[in-house]
Design a binder for this molecule. Structure first.
Ligand code: SF4
Ligand code: SF4
Length: 444
């Protein structure tokens, strides 16, 4: 009993220290308190001498053994995966970014709302809001918004480089070797994870909806896609919807965009067509490509949920004709199961944009879909891209031993998954606090 008490104290102290390093004050004190109380019970019973000591000891040992069995036994009660493919393609002109760029009395405006009249009123209401990165928005901060604008300015330069000339000398390559090379090099450039898939019709937008390419039909017919993720900084995400979140989003769009542009040029140098798909210049729907490339599942908040960082990533894609060894889709039922019970993103969303309901059939696929108008309405009032859903998601915790133990248990066992959800609420709170921006950012 005494040794068990010491081991329990050691584990909770470790969890408390990790939380302290993650600037999770509430979690840290909860872990230390829990460690002290539970280990004290075990140690006191170990050193005392009362009549039912053996019975109580057996009960306490059984409790530890039960928890261990729940963690280790692979019990998955529900395999709720939908492996269907969407019917048809998404028109980029229907996305909020595209609709928000439409100016009254222009041809694009008149034509779009003639075909989608139900969107006009809500879109005009949103356009009356201050807008993303606007000085009159709720979370305006001169330095943070200027930093974000600087990142978007640099992305604008990259947008011109997504395509290029293909070398006339085609290098004949072994599919295994070049697949391995690309995965390793992309990670070396800063990607977290990389996957390959055949490019399918539903991955592609039907029509472009942004900038000078507005209304152009997407005719790109590459055979393969390389999808990769980059990590978003934990502290910045935790401060959403304050300024650091939009700084970090912009910066990671830039980092992923630079890698994609570099990778596409590398493939063209080898004599194969390739195009980078980066922020504001996409011909594909990145989360759909990334899912089929085995990088994760689509969760309740409609974002890609990756195994090690959940939704706390940004995605970019390169499409090409270079033959690659494709990966299998993740088809991970534990994520769908966890999201079905969790709903923490829906509870914390400031605009009620995330559904509390079970998944629905949307365009031939059983999935969740957020209300993009409500979400964008909040963004254009906040001035930032919010990220509160990403910030509170239990999958967003850092990639370290403590959280990876929990991730293993969630993937392994449906019963542990329920327990983990309960503990996440108890330790971090049902409505975790918004982290203050780091001191060095707060000088305005
Ligand atoms: S917060 Fe919960 S419900 Fe929302 S995406 Fe994350 S795990 Fe799923
Ligand atoms: S980004 Fe914010 S407003 Fe949009 S769905 Fe997530 S929590 Fe809701």
């Amino acid at each position: 009993m005494i040794l068990s008490g010491i081991a329990i104290f050691g584990f909770f102290s470790y969890a408390g220290i990790i939380s302290l390093l993650e600037r999770e004050g509430r979690a840290s004190s909860n872990f230390f308190t829990l460690g002290l109380v539970v280990s004290a019970i075990y140690i006191l019973i170990g050193i005392s001498n009362f009549s039912y000591k053996e019975v109580v000891s057996i009960i306490l040992f059984s409790f530890i053994a039960l928890l261990f069995l729940i963690f280790i036994l692979p019990i998955r009660t529900n395999k709720r995966i939908s492996s269907d493919s969407p019917h048809g393609k998404i028109d980029e002109r229907d996305t909020m970014f595209s609709r928000n760029e439409l100016k009254k009395d222009t041809n694009n405006y008149i034509e779009y709302y003639k075909s989608q009249p139900e969107n006009e009123s809500i879109d005009n209401t949103i356009k009356d809001n201050p807008g993303l990165l606007s000085p009159s928005s709720g979370n305006y901060d001169k330095l943070m918004f200027s930093s974000s604008k600087a990142s978007f300015f640099t992305i604008d330069a990259l947008k011109l480089k997504v395509n290029g000339n293909v070398s006339s000398e085609k290098v004949i390559l072994d599919k295994n070797d070049i697949s391995k090379y690309i995965k390793n090099w992309t990670k070396k450039l800063g990607a977290l994870n990389v996957g390959f898939t055949e490019l399918r019709d539903y991955h592609k937008y039907s029509y472009r909806g942004r900038g000078e390419y507005y209304g152009n039909e997407v005719t790109m017919d590459h055979s393969f896609a390389i999808a990769f993720t980059v990590e978003m900084d934990f502290d910045a995400v935790k401060s959403g919807p304050l300024g650091p979140i939009v700084m970090e989003s912009a910066q990671q769009y830039l980092e992923s965009g630079a890698i994609a542009v570099q990778l596409a040029e590398f493939i063209r140098q080898l004599g194969y067509p390739a195009r980078a798909h980066i922020d504001g210049n996409y011909e594909v729907v990145c989360p759909l490509v990334a899912k089929d490339a085995g990088l994760g599942e689509i969760g309740r908040m409609g974002l890609l949920m990756t195994p090690s960082l959940g939704p706390r990533v940004r995605i970019a894609v390169v499409t090409t004709d270079l033959p690659l060894n494709v990966d299998k889709p993740a088809n991970e039922p534990s994520v769908i199961d966890f999201c079905t019970n969790c709903k923490k993103c829906a509870v914390n969303c400031p605009s009620n944009a995330i559904s509390y309901n079970d998944r629905e059939d949307i365009n031939g696929v059983i999935r969740w879909q957020i209300n993009q108008e409500s979400c964008f309405d909040f963004w254009t009032k906040s001035g930032t891209d919010c990220g509160r859903c990403m910030s509170v998601c239990p999958y967003s915790h850092p990639d370290n031993l403590l959280h990876n133990i929990v991730r293993f248990g969630i993937k392994n066992s449906s019963i542990f998954s329920r327990l983990a959800l309960y503990f996440d609420d108890a330790i971090y709170g049902k409505n975790p606090t918004v982290k203050k921006p780091a001191d060095w950012m707060s000088i305005s």
